[in-house]
Design a protein. Structure first.
Length: 288
């Protein structure tokens, strides 16, 4: 067998061979979890549960869905445009709003937490105000319930939590309504007076839902909310940790009639006229 050559450069060794390849360590999730002291940047190819490449961040194993076909990948880089939001990456985002002061705005300078070029969607100053972001045609037409395998990931922050004085609901994922649970969808849901203020993990088909308890109480920090969808199973993750797995009320059919990605909604018995916000740093959807 031809020997594999290593070339030293600045105290690092690079693999150089034109007829062979390098392979990451691979194994099951149990094998990955058994690594006692993983190094930051270490890679692992997982062969079961949520198969694919993982990279250790220094605190947790981060799944790398970007190796698959990307439907929507947005980092917000410019102000609002007529009919939508300028983004970088693949696909586009459009805004829907109702109520006095309800809107979406670009925060180029960012805010506490080191995030920049954020979208801030706002309820406005009525008890029924709401704003939502739609994933556009890339998601609407290519997300085929019953056929697709989808990874959906959103980085967000709730600067002020819902309370009895100003109550609102947040939904994040894929939903066929701009202001409610809708008929079909897969999403996270938060309200302070439901499930003890903990994120719910919802699958909804033909108006009937399964709402799993994530056991994660919503707070005002930055978090990554993600799910992996197949026709028979949905796995929900918060900050890289699997929190709920469900196999019931998973939507089916040719496609969602729309795919609203994020929404903050007052209404349906909500109270308070103080504007409330939801910050979104990125939205990422890929077909697995």
């Amino acid at each position: 067998m031809k020997p594999i050559r290593y070339h030293k450069h600045d105290d690092l060794y690079a693999l150089k061979d034109h007829t062979h390849g390098a392979m990451s360590i691979s194994g099951t999730k149990a094998d990955r979890d058994a690594i006692a002291s993983p190094l930051t940047g270490q890679q692992f190819w997982q062969t079961d549960v949520l198969e694919g490449m993982y990279v250790y961040t220094g605190t947790f194993w981060d799944y790398q869905p970007r190796m698959h076909r990307v439907l929507l990948s947005t980092h917000f880089t410019a102000g609002l445009l007529a009919g939508g939001v300028a983004t970088s990456g693949v696909g586009s985002i459009s805004v829907g709003a109702a109520g006095t002061g309800a809107n979406a705005a670009m925060d180029i300078n960012g805010e506490a937490g080191g995030r920049h070029s954020l979208i801030r969607i706002m309820t406005g100053t009525t008890t029924s105000g709401r704003s939502s972001l739609s994933g556009g045609q890339a998601v609407t037409h290519l997300f085929r319930p019953g056929e697709s395998k989808i990874w959906n990931e959103t980085a967000l922050r709730i600067p002020v939590l819902s309370d009895s004085a100003d109550r609102f609901t947040i939904r994040v994922g894929m939903i066929d309504s701009p202001n409610a649970d809708g008929t079909d969808g897969v999403f996270f849901r938060y309200a302070d007076n439901v499930n003890g203020g903990k994120w719910q993990c919802v699958t909804r088909a033909a108006g009937v839902e399964t709402a799993g308890d994530s056991n994660v109480v919503a707070d005002t920090g930055w978090h990554d909310l993600a799910f992996r969808y197949t026709s028979s199973l949905v796995r929900f993750y918060i900050d890289g940790v699997e929190v709920v797995t469900t196999s019931t009320n998973i939507p089916s059919g040719s496609q969602l009639t729309n795919a609203y990605s994020c929404m903050i909604v007052k209404g349906g018995g909500s109270v308070g006229t103080t504007n409330r916000d939801l910050y979104i740093d990125r939205i990422f959807v890929t077909e697995l």
